[in-house]
Design a protein around this ligand. Structure first.
Ligand code: ADP
Ligand code: MG
Length: 356
């Protein structure tokens, strides 16, 4: 039996707390990458290049051309709860950026070797800094931890090496790097479809070509074509609905018509420009399509949903993977009924055409 002394309650060491939090936020390389992509988009980038080695476990590198980070902010960049995006709790209801809690880089720095190279427009050179456990560390033990000037273009490059190197149980849980790479491509593909005006590329180290490459100027349909192929892109119908008075939302989407069906539903869902999941929406959409598609057939859905920020609770999950919003059932219902109308229109025009 533990002695009375051993049963005493003690505060956990901050490093232990941080490592636990990091493990909750960053479960797999794709989660680190999602945060990094969102930071690059928040920084106003029009080009985002991603390089991956070993499914992201050996290397995840993201290079953007955004506004960069002020050199004076580099010492606190990776501390927990340091952010340029949120000042007061109330701001959470009006947040226009992806990030807001200042936890991503902190978490990544606790479970990997993190290097940041960044240049703002007003700086004459780029600056490079290395991080561990939320703090600046020297590149080599003999050197100083202070950021060093270096050559570089405007924007930010984040290099994450040896993810989970100090979390052996997590590290061992990854069996195949191609599986992790597939998840990375899924995340990159989602943002590459959604973020118009941003060019994306994603490459596996050692490959000559890119797995994903979109240009900044391409239309959403072309982005879908580049990533999901013509068989999807040629069968899309678009819609736009809004109810800004009562339900406080706008939705637009590109969804496949009744000519297209595959074994599994693909849903690219963005709520206020954040890639999220919603099992309620997925279920309702599959139900909607079931009357139009053969048994076992499923659609492709890209849905861009904007909800008044004060109706959305983005803070329900540490990974921000799910969000809660008011009038969820009614909003889903109006989206599905619009899809039904559009599918029926296409269906009847096709019947009409074959009749004449
Ligand atoms: P959050 O995004 O929640 O603020 P992060 O840990 O993801 O927290 O990032 C902390 C801060 O670092 C951001 O608020 C932003 O100021 C800065 N930052 C991170 N990545 C970039 C980037 N790619 N370009 C410019 N600034 C960045
Ligand atoms: Mg962030």
């Amino acid at each position: 039996l533990p002695s009375n002394e051993q049963r005493r309650i003690r505060a956990l060491d901050p490093d232990v707390v941080n490592k636990i939090a990091a493990g909750e936020i960053i479960v797999a390389p794709m989660h680190a990458l999602k945060e990094l992509i969102e930071n690059s988009v928040d920084a106003g980038s029009t080009s985002i290049e991603i390089l991956v080695k070993d499914g992201g476990l050996k290397l995840l590198q993201i290079t953007d051309n955004g506004h960069g980070i002020n050199v004076d902010d580099l010492p606190i960049l990776c501390e927990r709860f340091t952010t340029s995006k949120l000042r007061e709790f109330e701001d959470l209801t009006a947040i226009g950026t992806y990030g807001f809690r200042g936890e991503a880089l902190a978490s990544i720095s606790h479970i990997s070797h993190l290097t940041v190279t960044t240049k703002t427009a007003s700086s004459s050179c780029a600056w490079r800094a290395h991080y561990s456990d939320g703090k600046l560390v020297p590149a080599k033990p003999s050197q100083s931890a202070k950021p060093k000037p270096t050559a570089g273009r405007g924007g930010t490059q984040i290099t994450v090496e040896d993810l989970f190197y100090n979390v052996p149980t997590r590290r061992r849980a990854f069996r195949s790097s191609s599986e992790e790479y597939a998840k990375i491509l899924d995340v990159v593909g989602r943002y590459a479809v959604h973020c118009s005006n941003v060019a994306f590329s994603c490459k596996k180290h050692g490959d000559s070509g890119s797995s994903i490459a979109t240009t900044a100027k391409s239309s959403t349909i072309d982005r879908i074509r580049q990533i999901h192929g013509s068989s999807v892109a040629n069968e899309l119908i678009d819609f736009n609905i809004e109810d800004t008075k009562r339900l406080g939302f706008k939705a637009s989407g590109l969804v496949t018509n009744a000519n297209y069906h595959v074994k599994r539903t693909t849903i690219l869902l963005f709520i206020n420009h954040r890639s999220v999941e919603s099992s309620a929406l997925k279920k309702a959409i599959e139900q909607t399509y079931s009357t139009f598609l053969p048994k076992g057939g499923h659609p492709f859905i890209y849905l861009d949903l904007e909800i008044e920020p004060n109706r959305v609770d983005v803070n329900v999950h540490p990974t921000k993977r799910e969000v809660n919003f008011l009038n969820e059932d009614e909003i889903i219902e109006s989206i599905c009924s619009e899809i039904t109308t559009r599918l029926a229109q296409v269906d009847s025009s096709r019947t009409f055409m074959t009749q004449t």
